[in-house]
Ligand binder design. Structure first.
Ligand code: FE2
Length: 378
């Protein structure tokens, strides 16, 4: 299948409608120090203080900070004592994404339907209530120890979820950086497991496969990987899945699997309407991005044709461009945001393009390999 042809109406037909998903509800990261992580996401990425749960609210085992930016909601959770599931998760995987929560109309139905179709149980439908009303959540496992939690909030008009109170920080509220919503989230899975997870998303959640790349599309001198992109029927939720392929040396996917000690979320792609402004701001706040060689920009106009942006404005920031049949996109990748070389962010601006930047893969992977070389993990 080629990167260039995505027939969306056909995609919607192919995606089954037994599991209507309204969008991404929130992402929960298990981190070793939620308080400091919240400060990082505010200061560096421009998230806003939003909600809190911890000792002061009666949560004796876990502390969570919720930060938001436009439609993106992150929960950052740490244990308050030893021996918790959250603590064990952090000990094994380091900081990373535990929950990709999906917004649904009926979390009981979503759970029962998914279980009927072969999902692995994580959380039975659970009702939580406070003065804002009633939320029902349920959950199933996906790759590794990562889970999908279904969130039904049609009878809720409280702040975030029952149990949370408003988190206010009157003295420190850095400006947002223009991040709008989660565009896609990528999972890394073990060698030989990609088709299993493709089938899981098709059969359990009714997703359709919209793209695939193999080692002919994505290979460098050292590494290769295969990738398939799954989408739900309304196109709001897209999950590319990567599997390592045989290469001369350890691929970036293998490096991730080694350090995360299993399958998990590789990157969170967040959309902006003004990538130049966003990346200038993020850079000035200390976010580190992968850089491609300057020669990338000498060939860019020839490769992607006319674009609205001045290439000389993209060059110093390291922003990449790719084109498909429907338009073009601009994108850039951060370095990993935790000690282990695991999860990172992508910032993306779509100008019609519905694909994922295949034309940039080679230059990018070579940039990643230079980083691996420095880490001694190539
Ligand atoms: Fe991506």
């Amino acid at each position: 299948m080629s990167n260039a042809t995505i027939d969306l109406p056909k995609l919607y037909d192919a995606a089954a409608d037994f599991m209507p998903l309204l969008g991404t509800d929130y992402l929960e990261l298990y981190v070793s120090n939620a308080k400091q992580a919240a400060h990082f996401y505010k200061a560096a990425f421009g998230f806003q203080s939003y909600a809190y749960k911890g000792l002061e609210t009666g949560s004796r085992e876990l502390e969570s900070y919720v930060v938001i930016q436009d439609k993106i909601r992150l929960i950052l959770t740490s244990p308050l004592k030893s021996g918790t599931d959250v603590g064990k998760h952090i000990d094994k995987h380091g900081d990373g994404v535990k929950v990709i929560a999906l917004w649904v109309d009926d979390a009981t139905y979503a759970y029962e339907e998914a279980m009927k179709r072969g999902a692995t149980h994580y959380m039975k439908p659970t009702v939580e209530e406070d003065e804002g009303g009633r939320v029902v959540r349920s959950g199933i496992y996906t790759y590794g120890e990562t889970v999908h939690v279904f969130v039904e909030r049609k009878d809720y008009n409280g702040l975030f979820l029952p149990g949370y109170r408003k988190w206010e920080t009157p003295s420190y509220n850095p400006e947002p950086t223009g991040l709008k919503y989660v565009d896609h989230m990528v999972g890394n899975v073990e060698l030989g497991r990609m088709n299993h997870w493709v089938k899981f998303y098709q059969e359990v959640l009714g997703f359709a496969q919209i793209l695939s790349f193999d080692d002919k599309d994505i290979s460098t001198e050292y590494t290769a990987l295969m990738s398939k992109v799954m989408s739900n029927g309304n196109g709001r939720i897209k999950f590319p899945i990567n599997e390592p392929a045989e290469g001369k040396k350890k691929s970036q996917i293998d490096e991730y699997l080694d350090f995360y000690e299993g399958e998990g979320v590789q990157h969170i792609a967040v959309a902006t309407d003004d990538i130049i402004g966003t990346i200038k701001e993020l850079t000035s706040r200390g976010i580190e991005f992968l850089r491609v060689p300057d020669s990338y920009y000498d060939m860019l106009a020839e490769r992607v044709g006319n674009i609205d942006e001045d290439i000389e404005a993209l060059r110093p920031l390291g922003i990449l461009v790719d084109r498909d049949d429907e338009g073009y996109l601009l994108q850039i990748f951060t370095k990993p945001v935790e000690p282990r070389p695991t999860m990172f962010f992508e910032i993306i601006q779509r100008k019609g393009a519905t694909s994922f930047g295949k034309g940039n893969f080679k230059a990018l992977f070579e940039a990643i390999e230079r980083e691996q070389e420095l880490r001694g993990t190539l």
